[in-house]
Design a protein around this ligand. Structure first.
Ligand code: GLC
Length: 707
């Protein structure tokens, strides 16, 4: 029994080499029981072929039954070649690129001894105060579902583990972690079951239906019970309703944290609740190791419950071939040729270029023309700041391309001036004066501004989602020079851009763009790449509007119906609308979309309607456009959103080229959770929108009949 229980334990590995690595939770109080070391089932956070082999060798010398360790690591947006943060990958609206990025991450991780990644994170989020928005693909369930599928496919190589580079994926954080009250990490989550099912659960399910081998439980409560001890959520919904028979692993210490949550009086009760909820592996608390044997002996837990958990873990190890080869793909020589290869970095560059969003471009300030004008690059992100973002694990910031060094490859030195201008959160008189003097010698100012990488990610919630005052002071002062200002933003969340937008002629949202971030920014600023990103999350006018999202309800007193009335849904001191909408992003091309064409206006449930538009690139350069299909259910048994994303296609058009983009509307797209929790459609009228942003009005009406 002790060895069985040992298999249910995951312990943090040796401390890591790089200070960039992300160790979370109570590191200091690790308190790993010594007895666990020769019998633990898994190690987290350790990579490197040589290190993993050494640990595995030492472990197998001690493990009586020869059951190998399984190594799990947070490979969230790349392993050593760091891709843009997942929020940026979501902004690409390119699921093929997402899959390719996961495939490369898996290869680099696999040769470095990793068997499982704690990714994809699929928490839907509508609140930019929450620091972990950087890990999500945003506010929409349909977009999250498609990216969850892509990431799982990429990591698990379509569930074909005969490929040595496939690693197992872990969908997280189950469930609803992205909706904490106040946007404060680890805080209470409370919503109706219907809301949970309608918006928050489908992303996880998409990843699980794609074959994800593991699910990680979340820190938060779901209907008053911590997810990690929530039998309804984990056993009734995840296992029985969805048929998931893979490994359920806790988040770091989240089973032990049922005690501070106040639903377990002690570790023994925590262990009881965890095993009853069918949690298999306990990460970094030891309630199972310390109490499961006793619980079985006293009859509070059936040995069968323990056996089932052990079996799921052994099956996973077996699926990865660890019994035949406990090293799997770990190889020092392959590390040398695959990890951080030129080919991988070129893909990271492509993903970064496709993830950036052009938010503003007055008088076509962009693209700049090299050496036709003097440019002053100013701001803390021009050189040595970290462009990798949170959860960049084995990435090394100093290996990332910086904006200044990249621009210097394009612009000769007497046409490119540089001044740091400010630090991220402070500015000195000297910095400001030097920035002004530098800018005075230039024709155009390029500002590289943003959040520090630790201002987003885990345990990094902010109540103020503006850039730091130092940077607001810098841009305001430089605006007094009356020169064109191009602002490039490096940030991990939607920002309140007041104090930035009004002084910028152009704004490029670069997010945390990863290893090739500087190169990607340069390629877009000078037109070598044409921006094609679209926002996966609304940018609020101000934090007071939060939560704000595109698929909102009309309410009984919609502002739009009587904007001058007092008694309508509005603010006294702000608009109702975001600064930039979900699905919005500009291009250097000029795309025109025709009105929606329907194959017909009526359909039965087994039928379908095609809806299409013709997209024409009236610009002078080739570019990509994201054509988005939205549907509104005009009347339901519950209130229905003003529009919901039901499809998208990213297309490439040469200058002057046209293409017809067609979507097929089927009855399943019209389903929603009814008050009785059944997921079905109603007969009735629906509006169909097709445009290049959620901010759209031109539409056609279809009718679903029930005969
Ligand atoms: C953290 C995170 C989780 C991560 C785990 C292991 O607390 O919540 O996303 O996978 O610990 O590092």
């Amino acid at each position: 029994m002790e060895e069985k229980v040992g298999q249910l334990a995951q312990i943090a590995g040796v401390p890591y080499e790089s200070e960039q690595s992300e160790i979370t939770g109570p590191v200091a109080e690790m308190g790993i029981p010594r007895k666990l070391l020769p019998i633990a089932g898994s190690v987290l956070g350790v990579s490197g072929a040589e290190t993993v082999k050494r640990i595995q060798d030492n472990y197998l010398k001690e493990n009586r039954l020869g059951i190998p360790l399984i190594f799990m690591v947070d490979v969230i947006h790349g392993f050593k070649t760091i891709f843009p943060i997942p929020l940026a990958i979501g902004a690409s609206w390119d699921t093929d690129l997402a899959e390719e990025s996961a495939r490369i991450a898996a290869k680099e991780a696999a040769v470095s001894g990793v068997h499982v990644t704690f990714s994809p994170m699929v928490d839907l989020v509508r609140d930019p105060r929450w620091g972990r928005v950087m890990e999500t693909t945003g506010e929409d369930k349909y977009l999250n579902e498609r990216f969850a599928e892509s990431f799982v496919r990429g990591y698990q190589n379509n569930n074909d583990y005969s490929d040595p580079y496939a690693i197992a994926a872990c969908v997280k954080h189950f469930a609803g972690y992205g909706a904490p009250e106040g946007g404060r990490d680890y805080n209470t989550v409370d919503m109706s079951e219907r809301q949970l099912r309608e918006h928050y659960l489908s992303g996880y399910k998409a990843g699980i239906d794609e074959g994800a081998e593991l699910v990680m439980t979340s820190f938060n409560t779901v209907d008053g019970i911590p997810a990690t001890a929530n039998k309804w959520l984990l056993d009734d919904v995840l296992r029985k309703e969805w048929g998931f028979d893979g490994v359920i692993i806790t988040d770091w210490a989240s089973l032990g944290e049922t005690i501070p949550h106040g639903v377990a009086a002690n570790e023994k009760e925590a262990a009881q609740k965890g095993i009853d909820a069918t949690v298999d592996m306990e990460m970094m608390t030891f309630t199972y190791s310390n109490h499961l044997e006793e619980l079985v002996e006293e009859g509070s837990v059936d040995e069968e419950q323990v056996d089932q958990a052990v079996l799921r873990i052994l099956k996973l190890k077996n699926k990865l071939g660890l019994f035949e080869n406990p090293y799997r793909t770990a190889s020092v020589s392959d590390e040398g040729s695959i990890v951080f290869s030129e080919e991988n970095r070129q893909k990271a560059l492509e993903v970064a270029e496709n993830s950036m969003v052009l938010l503003k471009n007055e008088q076509n300030t962009l693209p700049l023309v090299p050496n036709e004008e003097k440019i002053a690059l100013i701001g803390p992100f021009g050189t040595d700041e970290n462009l990798l973002g949170a959860w960049s694990w084995r990435g090394e910031p100093n290996t990332a391309s910086q904006v200044l060094e990249s621009m210097r490859k394009v612009v000769n030195e007497d046409n490119l001036l540089y001044s740091k201008g400010s630090n991220i959160e402070e500015i000195t008189t000297e910095q400001l004066e030097e920035a002004v003097q530098t800018a005075e010698k230039a024709d155009t100012i390029v500002l590289a501004l943003g959040e520090h990488w630790e201002m987003s990610g885990e345990a990094a919630s902010r109540t103020n989602i503006k850039l730091p005052d130092a940077q607001l002071q810098l841009i305001k002062r430089l605006s007094e020079l009356k020169k064109p200002i191009v602002t490039v933003l490096f940030n991990g969340r939607p920002l309140d851009l007041n104090g930035i937008e009004e002084y910028s002629d152009a704004i490029l949202e670069a997010w945390f763009p990863g290893t090739e971030g500087g190169e990607a920014v340069t390629n877009i600023l000078f037109g070598k790449a044409n921006p094609s990103g679209k926002l996966p999350m609304s940018f609020p006018e101000n934090v007071g509007q939060v939560p704000i999202y595109y698929n909102r309800f009309n309410t009984g007193r919609p502002y739009e119906s009587a904007p001058n009335d007092k008694y309508v849904s509005k603010y006294l001191d702000s608009s109702n609308y975001p600064k930039y909408d979900f699905g919005y992003g500009l291009s250097y091309s000029d795309f025109e979309l025709s009105p929606v064409q329907l194959s017909k206006n009526e359909m039965t449930p087994g039928d379908e309607i095609t809806a299409s538009v013709t997209v024409t690139n009236k610009g002078e350069r080739a570019g990509k456009e994201v054509v988005q299909l939205y549907i509104r259910d005009l009347v339901g048994e519950v209130v229905r959103p003003l529009k919901e994303l039901k499809g998208f296609k990213k297309i490439h058009l040469e200058a002057g080229e046209s293409e017809e983009v067609t979507f097929t509307v089927t009855e399943d797209m019209l389903r929603y959770y009814h008050p009785d929790q059944t997921f079905r459609s109603d007969a009735g009228e629906f509006e169909v929108f097709i445009n290049n942003s959620s901010h759209t009005s031109h539409t056609e009406t279809i009718v679903l009949t029930n005969k």
